[in-house]
Design a protein around this ligand. Structure first.
Ligand code: ZN
Length: 366
């Protein structure tokens, strides 16, 4: 089976989150008996850890991905699970996000003749959903059995314009803020008898909107407060509002934590009767530029694709953040990301072939 036939086979499983539709049984059979499979299913989520020890060295490189895909939606020009090749392109749900990456690392790992240590593969069926029982649970289990990898390559689509142009060495986190200000409602003609939360906030608004909590660094842009919603009042001109609610988001780097945001808001609103709720959607992570996995991936991309790749931390979140949280030096590299989650998601056969070559080269030279 070529890597492209494997890719097509994976695309034909209707693995809508949190289903694998039989894909994991197929993968276990595909890898064969030289690979040990650990089942780490939790609740409705399927997680699989496959590994092969080539020697007793402590070095452990893990390839990671998700088998699940988002719903297809209406308006496709082809059957989104047929995965036929038309003029060198495969149009199918999961073509970019991320069965291309899955196929490439599965093929590269199965055919690896040698590796200095242990090679492993971690896959989940819930990355596109909440992920509560996905990668995080699998990593908790690996920690329990003292089998946490040193390095990880998450095969999410990372390239921007040209295949090979970007790897991710980290991701920003996301903190949501809900600010509730308590005033005192009254008649617009008697402002002295009211506490108007809109007037209260007007003095601080320009100090908080767009505030940078840090200056950014070589990895990250500054962590900025972005106001997403303000509401108060009853759409009338003769009553002042009783309360005001403001929502905001901070895409935070590793230089800013929740406590910094809480302290800042407490200080700015100290003369106001308010409550603040902060929730952390995801935590930021970053892998050092000098990490072996970064260097080796850059070398492989240069050798196979003849491109000097750029290191990025932009974009939304991915499961790579969990690897960072377990002290694993993780990066992401995969095909071009320009049709993920959309109608007619597609990738080229040649990209998947080249991605496989890059992974093979990485394993060989690690
Ligand atoms: Zn993905």
């Amino acid at each position: 089976m070529t890597e492209i036939e494997l890719f097509q086979k994976l695309l034909r499983f209707k693995s809508l989150t949190p289903l694998d539709d039989g894909a994991f049984d197929f993968i276990e059979e595909y890898l064969g008996q030289e690979w040990t499979c650990i089942n780490i299913d939790k609740e409705d989520t399927k997680n699989r850890f496959y590994y092969k020890k080539f020697n007793d060295k402590k070095q452990h490189l893990c390839f990671a991905g998700h088998i699940d895909v988002v719903p297809v939606g209406e308006g496709w020009s082809v059957d989104p699970f047929a995965a036929d090749i038309i003029a060198g392109i495969i149009t199918a749900r999961g073509a970019q996000d991320m069965k291309s990456g899955d196929a490439a690392f599965l093929y590269a790992c199965k055919h690896a003749k040698d590796f200095d240590g242990t090679l492993s593969i971690l896959m989940t069926s819930d990355e596109e959903g909440e992920g509560t029982y996905g990668t995080i649970k699998a990593l908790e289990y690996l920690k329990e059995i003292d089998f946490i990898p040193n390095f990880a390559v998450v095969a999410e689509p990372t390239c921007e314009e040209v295949f090979g142009d970007a790897i991710k060495v980290g991701r920003r986190g996301s903190i949501n803020g809900y600010l509730h200000i308590q005033g005192k409602q009254g008649h617009a003609a008697y402002p002295e008898k009211t506490i108007n939360p809109i007037h209260q906030i007007s003095k601080v608004l320009e100090k908080i909107a767009g505030h940078n909590f840090d200056n950014g660094d070589e990895y990250f842009a500054p962590s900025q407060l972005i106001i997403t919603d303000i509401r108060a009042g009853m759409q009338v001109t003769n009553v002042t509002p009783n309360t005001l609610d403001l929502m905001f988001n901070v895409r935070n780097s590793t230089n800013t934590v929740q406590e910094d945001i809480r302290n800042f808001i407490n200080e700015k609103f100290k003369y106001t009767d308010f409550t603040l709720k902060l929730t952390q959607g995801s935590y930021p992570f970053v892998t050092n530029k000098e990490s072996k996995v970064v260097k080796k991936m850059e070398e492989s991309i240069l050798r196979i694709l003849n491109i000097s790749t750029k290191q990025s931390t932009a974009g939304g979140t991915s499961d790579a953040r969990y690897f960072g949280a377990f002290g694993i030096e993780a990066i992401e590299f995969g095909v071009i990301n320009d049709t993920i989650h959309s109608i007619n998601e597609r990738t080229s056969v040649i990209e998947v072939q080249k991605l496989t070559k890059v992974y093979e080269d990485l394993i060989k030279n690690f």
